[in-house]
Design a protein around this ligand. Structure first.
Ligand SMILES: Nc1ncnc2c1ncn2[C@@H]1O[C@H](COP(=O)(O)OP(=O)(O)O)[C@@H](O)[C@H]1O
Ligand SMILES: [Mg+2]
Length: 355
């Protein structure tokens, strides 16, 4: 008997299109001898629709896929997924969603209420990982180094800029200013002098009411994929992000413009260092109580200090994304990754009483 899997994609976040491409990847990779996919799209305005399994989720003629604003409505409530008055009898949900309402614990909570096993981290881990101001102190308390810095709230900034400006000056420029719950580098600025600070923090506040101000870490950006296999969190080989030197840092354009960035797999670093990073990736995963999968991003400084930058609980998941690529380089195929995720989902360790 195959199990019915709801692949949920699109959503209200700015990563709507990336989510659709990721879902297309999952649809083509899922092992159909074990699983029957049911495609559910969330439009940009937040409406849920049942889509035909052949709905195009690929990039075609340079046009990114999106979820249309019409179709057969789907509701998710305590009875499960309902469309046109029928229960869709979904046994596992795979929310292939990024950012707010997808990766931040909200849809995970809805799935908990509906009692449907789902892929990925649970409510708490998803919410904590999404908010860097909460994740960083947890990493630090587990002995994983983070960048020095502080949290600045928009209300504090409005009440008095001088104290926050002074704290930034004390960190020493350059500093990075970024929204606490950001993604895709949106709202992130490298600030080179005190004079540039105010506009950078105002930019971050366009995306969130809370900003992080951090000392610049100079070093390579190294990523490691964590996947739970039969109840054990395993780390992939590590990769190094290679950014076209015309970019100041790994900003939005460097991330998404064709050819601006590549990942070198394995990262050209000593075995001892890559083992240290892999161990820290697993520690980070466990420290937040993650489940299923995560991509853990680090800096490696010239004097071989390993500093965690962030942990993503639903990393880019297209066939060409870093996460599946890192597993392919570790001899786990995309289809196997999806099967491990669906199997782990059913163990429910991500549930509210899990981790
Ligand atoms: N403290 C820092 N030092 C150096 N570079 C940083 C720092 N913080 C962020 N960056 C740069 O900005 C990019 C985006 O920041 P990140 O915290 O990963 O946010 P996002 O969630 O948007 O990916 C990083 O990949 C890195 O290039
Ligand atoms: Mg990042």
């Amino acid at each position: 008997m195959t199990q019915r899997v709801a692949i949920i994609c699109g959503g209200r976040s700015s990563e709507h299109e990336i989510s659709c491409i990721s879902a297309g990847g999952v649809l083509s990779a899922i092992d159909r001898s074990k699983y029957e996919p049911v495609l559910i799209g969330i439009s940009k305005s937040g409406k849920w629709f049942l889509l035909p399994a052949n709905h195009s989720l690929a990039l075609s003629n340079g046009v990114l896929p999106t979820i249309p604003e019409n179709g057969i409505s789907v509701a998710l409530n305590a009875d499960g997924f309902i469309a046109a008055g029928e229960n869709l009898n979904i046994q596992i949900a795979f929310p292939v969603l990024h950012g707010p309402y997808g990766e931040d614990g909200t849809i995970q909570g809805l799935l908990e209420i509906a009692d449907i096993p789902y892929v990925g981290s649970g409510v708490l881990a998803s919410a904590v990982a999404m908010d860097k101001s909460f994740a960083k102190p947890i990493f630090a308390s587990h002995g994983i180094k983070t960048a020095a810095g502080f949290v600045a709230r928009q209300s504090q900034w409005k009440a008095g800029q001088a104290a926050i400006q002074k704290a930034a000056d004390q960190l020493g420029y350059p500093v990075f200013v970024k929204p606490a719950r950001g993604g895709s580098s949106r709202g992130t600025t490298k600030v080179k002098s005190a004079a540039e600070f105010a506009s950078a923090i105002n930019e971050a506040f366009k995306f969130d009411t809370k900003a992080l101000v951090e000392q610049e870490i100079r070093g390579a950006e190294i990523e490691c994929a964590v996947l739970e296999i039969d109840g054990v969190a395993k780390a992939s080989i590590v990769g190094q992000i290679k950014i076209d030197p015309k970019y100041d840092f790994y900003d939005f354009e460097a991330k998404y413009l064709d050819g601006a960035t590549t990942i070198e797999l394995p990262a050209p670093i000593d075995q001892k260092l890559s083992d240290e990073i892999r161990a820290k990736a697993v520690d980070a995963f466990i420290s937040l109580g993650c489940s299923g999968l995560a991509r853990v991003d680090f800096f490696l400084t010239p004097n071989n200090e390993v500093i965690i930058n962030e942990l993503n609980t639903m990393p880019g998941f297209t066939a060409t994304s870093v996460f599946p690529k890192m597993w392919a380089a570790t001899n786990v195929t995309y289809t196997e990754v999806v099967s491990h995720l669906l199997k782990t989902a059913q163990s429910r360790t991500n549930g509210v009483l899990g981790n």
